[in-house]
Write a protein that binds this ligand. Structure first.
Ligand SMILES: *Cc1c(COP(=O)(O)O)cnc(C)c1O
Length: 361
């Protein structure tokens, strides 16, 4: 199930169930998420040709290369490939926090809200949430205020988690620095859920390492806008990643000839970062085109995501667009996501299709 930005269900759960698999093998324009991007032919060739070994034994040269390249790109000592962003964030939380300790996290952050409570279930780590501000940042005075005194009554805060981008919004580098200063003063570690850090770096026109700089650990996704089929990478100090590898093994994320997946990641890092500027331009054009129609309000548009609301019934609109081979998840707020498989022409086709529907409805 996919939730919209305001946390409401985009489509009644029952309908998502019945729609599951509807899009298999159909040509379409898919604006539901950047996770739907598929590996290109060139990426598949790189995967097929990858040199591999048993990575649990440390024998896979392609995984080792991906980890070295990602650590270098993000300016950290070490890295590890994991199957998903959820597992990457969880390994970080488990490495930073002991049982009964707290992590401070945005109330609508992926790490808290969309990861099935893994930190609590598997780490006995207690979340302390704070509201996420409209610009995606946290109010650092509020963060400071929820850090509990040293007292037997209280769980001790150990970690502060930030998400960049959040709902497509790029957090200012100055905010990240302020968060790091607070974490330092209070003796907390700092983790970045940078699933879409690449989009932030492209939007800010800085190196990825600059976005990653203030953090002790950073999780990045290969399988969203970068277009790889599977995988996330956790980066940090050599010691943190050493601990992370133990947690990854325990969580079932030790993989064998995973060089096949790492090859896709390496291809993506080499070819698919800079081109995200096109995704950002496409999202802006989509927001502009849709916003020009009566009965459509663009709530925000940031990096590769446009959030719009329709006066018309969004579920009926979703159905109608599906008939045109266009996949969206209409809800009270509809999140439209551009990515490597959505072209500028696809955006125009979508604007036209929505216009036609609104004119006829
Ligand atoms: C997608 C995403 C993740 C990780 O998701 P997986 O599906 O587990 O790879 C983590 N954080 C954010 C903000 C995300 O968007």
């Amino acid at each position: 199930m996919i939730l919209t930005a305001d946390g409401s269900t985009a489509i009644p759960a029952a309908e998502i169930g019945s729609a599951g698999g509807r899009w298999q093998n159909e040509p379409m324009i898919d604006l539901r998420s950047d996770t739907v991007s598929r590996p290109s032919t060139a990426m598949r060739t790189a995967m097929a040709e990858a040199e591999v070994g048993d990575d649990v034994w440390g024998d896979d040269p392609t995984v080792a290369k991906l980890e070295a390249v990602t650590a270098e790109l993000l300016g950290k000592e070490a890295a590890m490939l994991v199957p998903s962003g959820t597992q990457s964030n969880l390994c970080a939380l488990l490495a930073h926090c002991q049982r009964g300790e707290e992590y401070i996290v945005g109330a609508n952050a992926h790490t808290y809200r969309y990861e099935a409570g893994g930190a609590a279930v598997l780490g006995s780590i207690q979340p302390q949430t704070v509201a996420i501000q409209p610009d995606g940042t946290l109010d650092l005075d509020e963060v400071a205020a929820v850090i509990k005194p040293l007292d037997d009554h209280f769980a001790q805060a150990r970690l502060l988690c930030i998400e960049n981008t959040h709902d497509g919004k790029v957090l200012p580098l100055s905010f990240q620095q302020d968060a790091a200063a607070l974490a330092d003063k209070k003796g907390l570690s700092l983790h970045l859920d940078g699933a879409r850090l690449w989009n932030a770096a492209v939007a800010l026109e800085v190196e990825p390492s600059e976005v990653a700089a203030p953090f002790d650990s950073v999780s990045v996704c290969l399988s969203k806008g970068l277009g790889a089929p599977v995988g996330s990478v956790l980066v940090g100090s050599a010691e943190l990643i050493r601990q992370g590898r133990k947690w990854r093994k325990m969580l079932g994320g030790g993989m064998r000839q995973s060089g096949i997946l790492a090859a896709a990641g390496l291809y993506a890092l080499e070819h698919n970062i800079a081109r995200m500027a096109d995704d950002h331009a496409n999202a802006a054009r989509l927001a502009e085109g849709l916003g020009a129609f009566d009965g459509v309000t663009v709530q925000s548009c940031n990096t590769n995501m446009a959030f719009v609301s329709f006066d018309t019934d969004p579920v009926a609109l979703t159905e109608a667009l599906a008939g045109e081979g266009i996949a969206i998840l209409g809800g009270p707020t509809t999140r439209l996501v551009t990515h490597i498989d959505v072209s500028a022409d696809d955006v125009e086709t979508t604007i036209e299709a929505v216009g036609k529907y609104l004119a006829g409805s």
